[in-house]
Design a binder for this molecule. Structure first.
Ligand code: NAD
Length: 325
């Protein structure tokens, strides 16, 4: 049986990926700095450790056929756009990728998946909220709006270098705002859909929630199950990428907040406050994935938001419930 390594298994997408691979009947080893916070992982083996550490990275790849490298020092706008974490983000994530590829190759692994990001796209192509340009070929000349994006671009190139020089099979996808249950929803590393669901779930009907900026910045959001469908299809194809894996259903952040309110059945007013924002507009461009894989994400945003809201509402209730005597 194929033996799969999922780096970042204790994280949001990694946790869902482990469940999907196990459901497909594969043998799965997970690694992460931490155990998963929200779910019991069905891994065959879970190694807790730091992939920046060479000895641990070497141990992680022993006896493995295929690697899904998802571990990264990352978070939402409140983490990657303030500038305060730039050195850590670049150093930590680059070291994880360098170690994974180096020791993975030495251990004889031939096949790697790497999760890059829409954050690699040039800032100057994403100033018009109604017409952002995010086709795969628009990445160069490069001008990402964050050091997180620069590290992703470096690591994409690293994987492709190993493909060219060492004959490895690599698959690189650029994820666009993946969301769903069992992901970070508070504490500062959460992203817009989870943050808005939490704010709405915590607000009293008729109350108010805060949104960073004027709320007119646009984004698209992809439900985690469809993201993994794309990842698995890409891994079973001969396509190295990079390919966008995202939704083309672009909404403003105000519209996303209204959607969460509609799901919750609450009428709330929105207060716009200063905060870290990122680019003005971003949307996935799915023409290439459709052409290469004959498939692209298609489910409506509302469907994923409903599942995510219900899960976050439960977390909020559990956290705010008075302790039982
Ligand atoms: P996440 O933060 O939930 O998961 C990343 C995991 O990596 C965490 O559990 C973290 O503990 C682990 N990690 C960090 N440093 C480590 C280290 N030194 N050693 C071992 N483990 C370490 O993030 P996610 O949303 O699940 O994202 C997974 C991947 O997809 C990341 O590479 C991310 O950059 C990429 N991505 C995600 C999105 C998104 O919208 N979620 C968008 C674009 C790209």
């Amino acid at each position: 049986m194929k033996r799969i390594l999922v780096n970042g298994a204790g994280g949001f997408i990694g946790g869902h990926l482990v469940k999907r691979l196990k459901a497909e009947g594969l043998w799965v080893r997970g690694t992460d700095l931490k155990a998963h916070e929200y779910t019991r992982l069905p891994t065959d083996e879970f190694l807790q450790g730091d992939l920046r550490d060479q000895a641990f990275a070497q141990k992680a790849v022993q006896g493995i056929d295929e690697v899904y490298q998802l571990a990264a020092d990352m978070g939402g706008a409140g983490y990657i756009f303030t500038g305060e974490h730039d050195a850590d983000v670049m150093h930590n994530s680059a070291t994880i990728n360098l170690n994974t590829l180096h020791f993975g190759r030495l251990a004889g692994i031939k096949k790697f998946f790497y999760s890059s990001s829409a954050c690699i796209y040039p800032a100057h192509n994403q100033e018009d909220p109604n017409n952002p340009i995010c086709s795969e070929d628009s990445a160069y000349p490069a001008n990402p709006d964050s050091e997180y994006g620069w590290e992703k671009l470096f690591s994409e190139r690293l994987y492709f270098s190993y493909m060219r020089n060492y004959g490895l099979e690599v698959h690189v996808a650029r994820f666009h705002n993946i969301f769903g249950p069992e992901g970070t929803w508070d504490g500062g590393k959460e992203k817009a859909p989870a943050a808005l669901c939490r704010k709405v779930a915590m607000a009293k009907d008729g109350g108010e929630i805060e949104i960073w900026g004027d709320g007119l910045q646009t984004r698209s959001f992809l439900y985690v199950d469809e993201c993994l469908e794309g990842v698995r299809r890409m891994m079973e194809s001969k396509e190295p990428g990079p390919l966008n894996i995202g939704s083309e259903e672009m909404v403003t952040i105000n519209q996303l907040a209204e959607m969460a309110m509609g799901i919750a059945g609450k009428k709330l007013s929105i207060k716009h406050i200063a905060g870290p924002l990122g680019v003005r507009g971003r949307n996935s461009d799915n023409r290439l994935i459709q052409k290469k894989l004959g498939w692209a994400p298609s489910r409506p945003l509302k469907e994923g938001m409903e599942k995510t809201y219900r899960w976050i509402e439960k977390q909020v209730q559990a956290k705010t419930a008075p302790a039982r005597k």
